[in-house]
Design a binder for this molecule. Structure first.
Ligand SMILES: CC(C)(COP(=O)(O)OP(=O)(O)OC[C@H]1O[C@@H](n2cnc3c(N)ncnc32)[C@H](O)[C@@H]1OP(=O)(O)O)[C@@H](O)C(=O)NCCC(=O)NCCS
Length: 353
């Protein structure tokens, strides 16, 4: 059976069972074991109902396989009875084998505010990450509350970008914790630096200086060339996330056909119902200035910087079909507040254009 079928089967089982996890049990933070898989599904079902966007968490066999093959490194908080009361996972990023995402953080409501989330995140960083070829870890902290941003801050992650409105309100219907779509704050933590040159597009020089000033990494800033590009063909990987209605474009090469390439992918993304397009540009490419100018002319606005996204750093630009819900973004730090100001101002400029 495939993951989707297994997910449906588990969701049916969970909807029919009456299994309250007894509150107040002690718990231990540990690597995932196969016998935790149903407890993980139960944990997500309790918090999100059937609306969590990643099918694997609802599919015990797929979760076990992903952990066995090294596609996922899951961490659980487990009670002596074997209940899973907290969970997070580390997994390799698509475009760089040294960049890992730490995500899927969840704690059962009856076990919250007891530092369980903090402990599973720390376990991921201190126990799991050192076993892997991890140079940089990032997380996407949701902005309908500030708890995971606070945990990230305490664990040494720094805010570098905002993905605006990319999680539908529907994901939070069970806990009723969002009014409108939810944005995510990207936070990065360096484990091993790789100093390299990056080209700062003129329009974003100030904000990029601001972002990089707060990061414990070494980069040499250069001015992009204009009108170069372009001895090569563009190479763009597009991933569509149906539930979020997001098309994510990883631009691996910026070529003379960049404008047509983006237009073609935008057309295809529109047909799949995507309402948000996120473009990740390589900051180590001297043509990045021209690519930014072109995207801004098409209504894209700033997201922020992404250390080691392509092994070299990336720059996020985004375009959204409807006005962003800036006022419902909740942020923990002053630095994140400043980043939001840059993003919002750039969106306003895009609107005026
Ligand atoms: C976010 C979540 C995982 C936090 O789990 P948790 O185990 O309660 O978090 P912790 O107890 O480790 O709390 C971390 C910090 O946030 C604070 N905190 C926790 N809940 C809080 C609340 N409701 N209001 C204000 N602060 C809160 C804690 O006091 C702690 O601060 P401290 O280190 O100064 O003591 C949990 O609320 C959850 O599962 N939410 C729904 C899913 C979700 O949003 N996941 C995050 C995706 S990025």
């Amino acid at each position: 059976m495939n993951t989707l079928a297994l997910k449906d089967e588990t969701l049916l089982k969970l909807s029919q069972e009456d299994y309250p996890v007894e509150p107040g049990q002690p718990c231990t933070v540990d690597m995932f074991r196969p016998e935790d898989a149903l407890g993980v599904a139960r944990c997500f079902y309790t918090v999100y109902g059937d609306s969590y966007s990643i099918d694997t968490v609802y599919s015990p066999a797929s979760l076990i396989e992903a952990n066995a093959t090294g596609n996922l490194y899951s961490v659980v908080a487990r009670t002596p009875k074997g209940d899973v009361v907290g969970y997070c996972a580390l997994f390799r990023s698509l475009a760089c084998k040294f960049l890992y995402e730490q995500g899927q953080l969840v704690v059962l409501p009856s076990y919250r505010n007891e530092a369980i989330a903090t402990q599973v995140v720390k376990y991921g960083l201190e126990v799991v990450a050192p076993r892997l070829p991890v140079h940089e870890v990032f997380g996407k902290a949701v902005c309908n509350h500030t708890i995971s941003q606070k945990i990230g801050d305490e664990c040494g992650f720094r805010e570098t970008a905002l993905e605006i409105d990319y999680i539908p309100e529907e994901a939070y219907k069970k806990e009723k914790s969002a009014t409108g779509p939810v944005s995510a704050l990207l936070m990065f933590r360096c484990c091993q630096d790789r100093p390299h040159d990056i080209y700062l597009p003129e329009t974003y020089e100030d904000v990029l200086h601001f972002i990089y000033t707060g990061l414990p990494i070494t980069r040499t800033f250069k001015k992009p060339d204009t009108g170069v590009a372009f001895h090569t063909k563009s190479r763009v990987q597009c991933h569509v996330f149906g539930f979020q209605k997001v098309a994510r474009l990883n631009v691996e090469a910026i070529g003379s056909d960049f404008e047509e390439t983006i237009a073609t992918i935008e057309g295809q993304a529109g047909k799949t119902g995507s309402t948000i397009i996120q473009v990740y540009l390589p900051l180590g490419n001297p043509a990045v200035g021209d690519a930014v100018a072109l995207l801004r002319a098409k209504g894209y606005f700033l997201g922020g910087a992404l250390p080691r996204w392509f092994d070299q750093d990336g720059l996020l630009l985004q375009k959204i079909d409807s006005p962003p819900h800036f006022n419902s973004i909740r942020l923990y730090s002053e630095r994140a507040g400043k980043l939001l100001e840059f993003v919002r101002t750039d969106w306003e400029k895009a609107e005026r254009r």
